[in-house]
Ligand binder design. Structure first.
Ligand code: NAD
Ligand code: GLY
Length: 359
């Protein structure tokens, strides 16, 4: 079950290695590092479980470790300051490496610090959540949140390598596994009807953490992500499709002050809202929306916003989405399973209805 997927970006191409026990392979880790300095960034849940193997590989380096409290609420300017100050204290030079060991929060925040320190140092992503393995560790989007919205401050900064040790999933809480499956479903929904059907056949295997099913889901997701990023690294077009459900989802996350739904859960709700809106606009069939709802529900994911959130406030949040141009909403909708597209000028009244639609 050793697989390598390549992200082809010319001189900045890099491998995504996927295998059980990868973090125990010292030479794999050292091969990914740059010069003498290494900052190992992780969070307080992940570090006790998975940092010891990484530390063992750093014996020939000058390194330090920063461990942050876990959670989306920490992906902020203050924590960013803490990480770049740690790089300063380490005396990290331009050939230093930042290792991001954790979920998407650590990967996005660490990636942004790596992008900024001395205008860019080496970044090695070691994702430990399913979500980070299939999405956030690949493709070079790095960012932090502001109270006003998700990922508003960031940079494109590709990693030098992504090391996916699938054994780390053994310690991942069920809720986080399910949240990651939402991003897996996204690839089937937007690009690959066959993969969507495969997910329908293997939903229970995935929930049971059956290793072969998990590796296949990770590999197929990474292949899709790598291909899209290779064609459109900085989101001039096609890459925006990867944001299916995200304009809705990010609004939910921000409205809950990044302390409510998990990112993947918000995306699951957002994909269903986008599918409903697509059907309402005559782009897709209700049957496709229902298939999406059923699959997400089987995977234990929410499909409707939590009670008490005001659709008008959620719509206001959507106006600050990065995909919007000149203040007009741009959404990712679909023509059915496997066929997403960018929609310009969707009427806000329809979006409001999508928030409240019963499904
Ligand atoms: P996360 O990083 O908060 O991790 C979820 C939880 O799982 C945390 O409590 C963490 O401590 C814990 N955890 C992580 N690995 C573990 C393990 N192996 N065992 C036990 N506990 C573990 O959240 P996430 O879902 O990984 O990532 C969400 C973030 O990713 C969001 O900020 C989102 O915006 C971002 N994201 C970025 C991109 C991108 O392209 N850059 C894509 C998708 C999502
Ligand atoms: N997760 C969206 C992207 O990488 O473009």
């Amino acid at each position: 079950m050793n697989v390598t997927v390549h992200v082809e970006l010319g001189a900045r191409s890099y491998p995504i290695h996927i295998a059980p026990g990868l973090l125990q392979q010292t030479e794999r880790i050292t091969a990914a590092l740059g010069g003498r300095h290494v900052l190992l960034l992780s969070d307080a849940n992940v570090a006790p479980l998975h940092a010891p193997a990484v530390r063992r590989a750093l014996s020939r380096h000058r390194w330090s470790e920063t461990v942050l409290p876990p959670g989306e609420g920490e992906k902020n300017l203050d924590r960013f300051g803490e990480v770049v100050r740690a790089l300063a204290e380490l005396g990290a030079s331009r050939d230093a490496t930042l290792i991001a060991l954790g979920g998407g929060v650590i990967g996005d925040l660490g990636g942004f610090a790596a992008a900024c320190w001395m205008r860019g140092i080496r970044l090695v992503q070691m994702p430990t959540t399913l979500l980070a393995m299939v999405d956030s560790s690949v493709g070079g989007k790095t960012a932090i949140d502001l109270p006003q919205g998700k990922n508003l401050v960031g940079a494109f900064h590709q990693p030098s390598a992504v090391l996916i040790d699938t054994d780390t999933l053994a310690t991942l809480p069920d809720r986080e596994l399910r949240a990651g499956l939402a991003e897996v479903v996204k690839y089937g929904a937007i690009l690959d009807a066959d993969f969507f059907a495969w997910l329908e056949r293997h939903a229970e295997d995935l929930l049971a953490r059956e290793p072969a099913a998990l590796v296949e889901a990770i590999e197929r997701s990474c292949r899709h992500k790598a291909a899209v990023v290779a064609r459109d690294e900085t989101e001039q077009g096609e890459r925006a499709l990867l944001n299916f459900g995200h304009t809705f989802g990010h609004a939910l996350e921000a409205e809950q002050a990044f302390a409510g739904l998990r990112h993947g859960e918000a995306v699951a709700i957002g994909m269903v809202r986008a599918a409903w809106l697509s059907a309402r606009l005559g782009l897709s069939a209700d049957a496709d929306t229902l298939r999406l709802v059923r699959l997400l529900q089987r995977l234990g994911l929410p499909t409707a916003p939590p009670p008490g959130l005001d659709p008008v406030r959620l719509l206001a949040r959507m106006r600050l989405d990065k995909k919007n141009l000149s203040g007009a909403l741009r959404l990712i909708l679909w023509r059915g399973i496997g066929q997403a597209e960018i929609a310009e000028g969707v009427e806000e009244g329809q979006v409001l209805k999508a928030w409240s639609a019963a499904l």
